[in-house]
Design a protein. Sequence first.
Length: 119
Amino acid sequence: VQLQASGGGLVQAGGSLRLSCAASGRHIRTYGLGWFRQAPGKEREFVAVINWNGFSTMLADSVNDRFTISRDNAKNTVYLQVNSLKLEDTAIYYCAKGWGTRSIGFDSWGQGTQVTVSS
């Protein structure tokens, strides 16, 4: 499985971005896909995950009123819509294949896309 994240960038606080993760590989449509992020000097943390058919999602408490995860299985792509961005959302955002809220539940990772929020 290969995962390619994109859509990051520099945005002012309060702004929005849509991150995308294109997935390729066998049976990718049967797997959960998630997003994690890692800020400088901090550990990687869970952001959101969606199951194979999009009917079940989980989001971190810190983002659940601002971020939305979705997927388009016809395009083998998972999206993370990030709204009302805060300075503390600055991080590298990684997509991954798996399920749960911990890194151990994910076995394939993309290269990450940088999100920088400015004041």
